[in-house]
Design a protein around this ligand. Sequence first.
Ligand SMILES: Cc1ncc(COP(=O)(O)O)c(C=O)c1O
Length: 466
Amino acid sequence: MLRHSLLKTSRTLLSHHQSRTAAMACRAMSAKATAAQVHNHALSHADVDSDPKTLDIIDKHAKYTLTTYGRPPVVFTHGKGSYLYDVGHREYLDFTAGIAVNALGHSDPEVARALFDQAKQVVHLSNLYYNVPAGELAEQLIEATRASGSFEATKIFFSNSGTEANEGALKFARKVAKLTAKPGQEDNKFGVVSFTNGFHGRSMGALSATPNPKYQKPFLPLVPGFAHAPFNDVNAVDSYVTVETCAVIVEPIQGEGGINVASEAFLKKLRSRCDEVGALLIFDEIQCGIGRTGKLWAHQNYSHECVPDMLTMAKPLANGFPIGAIMITDKVAEKIAIGDHGTTFGGNPLGCAVASSVFRRINTPEFLENVNKNGEHFKSQLKALESPLIKEVRSKGMILGLQFKVDPAPLVALARERGLLIITAANNTVRFVPALNISKAEIDQGMGILKQAIAAFEDRVMDVEA
Ligand SMILES: Cc1ncc(COP(=O)(O)O)c(C=O)c1O
């Protein structure tokens, strides 16, 4: 049963990572699972040591829920700060934070209190009525953004997720283009330009802007009018962004794409080209925004010329309670009318109250300074790692990528079985997006485990290649 599950995990890794090296590494991984059963005393968190209850829970889960993720045989029941605990009471250090979501760590007492206090008042009203927390959160976000940079945001639309925020931003861009296009061009100005290795979500519009064949191919045809330009290629911008373009959507720092940091010249060029052709520039800061880079917004790491017309956010905004938002300038807001867009849950008092409390804590000079300081420490620790398999470290604040020369997918299990949770990203990269309040000691603890996992990974790669 467990062996079946391990083999299934290996097969999933194979289908997601087609390189020959990964295939060899995964074969070695499943073969060695048997050895691990014999020598599992060497691993503090061996998959084969999973609590028997774990396997029952997984069986039930698999029987009734649709499998769209390859998951390891671990079930987490609770967390505290940067640690998660499984059914068998094993402690894991979490360098993933729910994929850049739990910025203040797990089961934070203030987040719990904000949830409880608001739930006692009112959870949901719909957008038929005003509510206090949504207005307060909108004011906080707009005023903090205007005070800390040159993005002249004036209005917010709340959604429930990052994908929905992007979907709304794309719709807004199409509407604005229809109303502002030169006479005779109203029906032609609907093009959207996104970039290689970008990730914007999986609904039809957001997926159309996510040029990954693995995600797109099963669902073709997608929304018409989408083009994908090379990321960070200043010279290619003019030919992709034309008078028929209504929007350009870009992550200032690509997360899923492998922690690729946009250059100043690239963002500047996107801004000036959008102005030339009358297109709107959307910054997708769903993964890199809200303090992750040590600034409130990732684009604030660039000059004042690198500002968007719309900014989308989600993940950490309420520390795990689902919420997203589109922040826009007047240029966009004045073209959107009642009935153009809507949502049942978006802007609900519960999510907004939690987000208000989270945002207030993240957006302080002390908190952001600490993200910078610990981000630098994290980076220096990654740079100090010595392995012939490592290619490069890329980072900004607390979003970090460790690129390998081979597919590092097997490293995820090797780290987990030693008590450290990590995730991969595209281009042979391991991604680190821990809680923003992770301590230096926790970073160091994780680095110790990572070193051991990389050593085991080296052994496997060597074994396979021998
Ligand atoms: C940059 C970026 N945009 C959009 C999304 C989609 O957000 P969600 O999963 O909340 O719909 C993600 C999620 O990983 C993301 O990283």
